[in-house]
Design a binder for this molecule. Structure first.
Ligand code: NAD
Ligand code: UGA
Length: 448
């Protein structure tokens, strides 16, 4: 089966690589020439564990190829649209669909009448987008209106950055929104390798599939915000949010996942997708308070973390040296999109602090960001910590979990640690006489 994937970002590249691993002939198309040139040389533009090996292996065996030419879709039976759907620049939270619609228009030119085709949105798109794609294609290609072998489908992606390959290869479920039996059969055939691994495949109408994607992301965002609110309560009243999460999570109806408190959710999806879902409610004139509350709470959380840091450095934060370990929105990625650090760090600098940072995925793109323009970057963790007044763990990279705390204590000027991911143990810190603060519990100093 020949497949074309339009968009070679996190989702497009992972989809193309994984499908080529199943032995399909896949062409991955992107209009970013330098990205495609890199990929042709097996240089992966993103940090994603396992992706490089998969691309190399399948490019070599010729199952996977790359192109900048949208005309390459003409030989494919299945065309995935996997381009970005960022928040619109208007600031109203709506998803900007220009990349999806431009890709649709480009693809339309190359839809052959004689062969059956399935055009599938993998991008996260608001409800109604599949129908709009259909409308655009028919308006540009009226000759296809009566073609019984041409369909639009929705197949949202649920992979997470940092574990994208595993998530694609062993998904909790595959959701396919279809409008015909033939499209359903084609998708069944496509995902047979996953189905054989017992991944449930559910077929729905187009609208349900589109809503399932946003509803899933928003629900997870609600879960994270909920536990962050419980953490705030524990910090005031006593109690430990990790025990609270454990106690809640053992209830099968709740489950233990996505109950880790932190500096607020970030990344390229939860923030933009909660905004886009809220905007779908507004657009349809339906009152919604729950998602809006989560959006507002999460925005405010980053500022409240900066205030927590300010409090720890009492009597004054000005000229104090703060070392931040990890700036990405989560470990195992170099993605900085909507990372809480992009709000917390500028706020600390505004308050007069001197900020140093370390991140295992650091690359030249980090220093280009205006939010980080006063940050001093370090390659070595202990060097970064040396003579600092405060150490903040922002991202729970494995590299930080095994830090030699005695060495850390020696290196710090004031032995204060703020662990925004609770990767250390309060009792160990007590023994070392380190002033240890985390999320959702009172530190030893506060208890005295
Ligand atoms: P991305 O920004 O990393 O990549 C999008 C790619 O599409 C870019 O390389 C861009 O050059 C290319 N592109 C844009 N217009 C094009 C066109 N007309 N022709 C060819 N190429 C074009 O985006 P992403 O993170 O891969 O996300 C893509 C979609 O998948 C979004 O809707 C996102 O919400 C969704 N999604 C993302 C993730 C994730 O973990 N990043 C997970 C699930 C779903
Ligand atoms: C998320 C979803 O998990 C994927 O299913 C979805 O496909 C994807 O968005 C998307 O639509 O793009 P991702 O953004 O890669 O994946 O990362 P997550 O692991 O979900 O983490 C998102 C944010 O929530 C991170 O900032 C993370 O630190 C935070 N988080 C997550 C918590 O604070 N606590 C948790 O318990 C879990």
């Amino acid at each position: 089966m020949k497949i074309a994937v339009v968009g070679a970002g996190y989702v497009g590249l992972v989809t193309a690589s994984c499908l080529s691993e199943f032995g399909y002939e896949v062409i991955c198309i992107d209009n970013n020439k330098s990205k495609i040139n890199q990929l042709k040389k097996n240089i992966i533009p993103i940090y994603e564990p396992g992706l490089s090996d998969l691309v190399k292996k399948n490019s070599k065996s010729k199952y996977l190829s790359f192109s900048t030419q949208i005309s390459s879709v003409k030989d494919a039976k299945i065309i995935f649209i996997a381009v970005g759907t960022p928040s619109s620049r208007r600031g109203d939270g709506e998803a900007d669909l220009k990349y999806v619609f431009n890709a649709t228009k480009d693809i339309s030119k190359y839809l052959t009448k004689d062969k059956d085709k399935l055009i599938i949105t993998k991008s996260t798109v608001p409800v109604g987008t599949g129908n709009e794609i259909q409308r655009i294609i028919y308006s540009l290609r009226p000759d296809l209106i009566n073609n019984k072998d041409y369909f639009v489908a929705s197949n949202p992606e649920f992979l997470r950055e940092g574990s994208a390959i595993e998530d694609f290869m062993r998904p909790d479920r595959v959701v396919c929104g279809v409008t015909s039996r033939k499209a359903q059969e084609t998708l069944k055939e496509l995902y047979r390798p996953l189905n054989l691994r017992e991944a449930p495949i559910i077929f729905t109408d187009l609208e349900s599939a589109e809503i399932i994607k946003y509803a899933s992301n928003a629900f997870l965002a609600i879960k994270i915000s909920f536990i962050n609110e419980m953490a705030n309560l524990c910090e005031k009243t006593g109690g430990n949010v990790q025990m609270v999460a454990k106690g809640m999570g053992l209830d099968n109806r709740i489950g233990p996942k996505f109950l880790h408190p932190g500096p607020g959710f970030g990344g390229s999806c939860f923030p933009k997708d909660t905004r886009a879902l809220y905007s779908s409610f507004k657009k349809n004139k339906i009152k919604n308070t729950l998602i809006k509350a989560v959006i507002d709470f999460n925005e405010h959380r980053k500022i409240s973390i900066a205030n927590k840091i300010k409090k720890l450095l009492k009597p004054k934060i000005k000229k104090k040296v703060i070392t931040i370990l990890g700036v990405t929105f989560k470990p195992n990625t170099d993605d900085l999109r909507e990372s809480p650090s992009l709000v917390i760090i500028p706020q600390l600098i505004k308050l007069g602090a001197i900020v140093r940072a370390h991140d295992p995925a650091f690359n030249s793109e980090f220093i280009k960001l205006k939010e980080f323009n006063k940050v001093k970057w370090y390659k070595n963790v202990l060097e970064a910590i040396k003579n600092s007044d405060l150490l903040v763990i922002h991202t729970e990279w494995n590299e930080y979990r095994g830090l030699d705390l005695l060495k850390v204590k020696k290196a710090l000027k004031r032995t204060i640690i703020l662990d925004l991911r609770n990767i250390f143990n309060l009792e160990d810190m007590k023994k070392l006489n380190i002033s240890y603060h985390g999320i959702g519990f009172k530190s030893q100093n506060e208890k005295k």
